[in-house]
Design a protein around this ligand. Structure first.
Ligand SMILES: [Zn+2]
Length: 297
């Protein structure tokens, strides 16, 4: 028997009681409305043991301080996968993302109660499932993947914030996700998409909750960036990025700008600009956390 509610609820009573008239038993269920954040934490408590990807990272995980808000910062590409290449400077995307991610972790760690860490802290290849797995192993509350790709349309510039979806918001998003998802093939890793399990209702619920949080984070980032740094038209887009598939970690992919655009390229290699963007992201994370707390999470 499956009961569904169209608003977040928590079951307060679930009992089988003998019928007063002695004719068998009664199933008693009481449910009450709860906030989405409370609902999400209830789901969190009912952890499943199987993981979405079977990636083994072979890393020792240091648990974060109890109660810390953990942010996984993922420098896109690395090792054999250089990512895009700057048209003027010939700078590789993997170095741009690592420089920025390192700065972002430093900035976030200055925030009260935040523990940020890098999925990779050197020039090494990590498969997309490994990146997801590292975030989950650290019980990350957020996952932020950093990129700076190239586009054929060299005049397009500005930052974009992506959240995951099966259907891409537009062609540009679809093409970008397709290219990003090639990363594993470059290194000869075959990406196995997991078959859907029958008992996936819980995962599905979690995924929906996570998605709502990811969208909140993306909005928070866009509003923090607005008027401060260049944004692409419709700066919040979505597509099927494999690196954003953790069902239980709200995740965004941030294209800082495009290495195919001269102006963007100049900024991407500028430590002063990078530090400004890191500060704006810290503001966004603070805003997101504030909202989560206000909702009881
Ligand atoms: Zn990239």
């Amino acid at each position: 028997m499956v009961l569904t509610a169209n608003k977040p609820v928590a079951v307060t009573v679930a009992d089988v009681k003998a019928d007063e008239e002695g004719k068998g038993f009664r199933l008693v269920l009481d449910a009450e409305r709860v906030t989405e954040a409370r609902f999400s934490s209830l789901i969190e408590e009912q952890k499943w043991t199987s993981t979405v990807t079977a990636a083994k990272t072979g890393r020792l995980v240091e648990p974060a301080a109890p109660g810390a808000f953990v942010v996984a910062v993922d420098a896109g590409h690395g090792g054999i996968d250089t990512g895009a290449i700057g048209s003027e400077t010939k700078m590789e995307e993997k170095s741009v993302t690592l420089a920025f991610a390192t700065q972002l972790v430093e900035t976030l760690n200055k925030e009260n109660g935040v523990k940020a860490f890098l999925t990779r802290d050197k020039d090494e290849f990590l498969s997309l499932p490994e990146r997801v797995q590292i975030a989950r192993q650290h019980s990350a509350n957020l996952f932020i993947s950093i990129h700076a790709d190239t586009l054929k349309q060299r005049d397009i510039r500005g930052a974009t914030v992506y959240t995951i979806s099966d259907k891409a918001s537009d062609h540009l998003a679809a093409n970008l996700a397709a290219r990003e998802n090639l990363s594993d093939e470059i290194a000869g890793v075959t990406f196995k998409s997991e078959p859907a399990e029958v008992a996936d209702i819980l995962i599905d619920l979690t995924r929906r909750e996570t998605q709502a949080f990811s969208v909140n984070l993306a909005r928070s980032v866009v509003s923090s960036f607005e008027g401060q740094i260049n944004l692409i038209n419709n700066p919040h887009r979505h597509a099927g990025f494999h690196v954003l598939q953790a069902p239980d970690v709200p995740s965004i992919l941030l294209e800082l700008g495009f290495l195919s655009n001269k102006e963007d390229e100049k900024l991407l290699v500028d430590p002063v600009w990078r530090s400004k963007v890191a500060d704006l992201l810290a503001v966004a994370v603070r805003g997101y956390r504030g909202e989560a707390v206000a909702n009881g999470g």
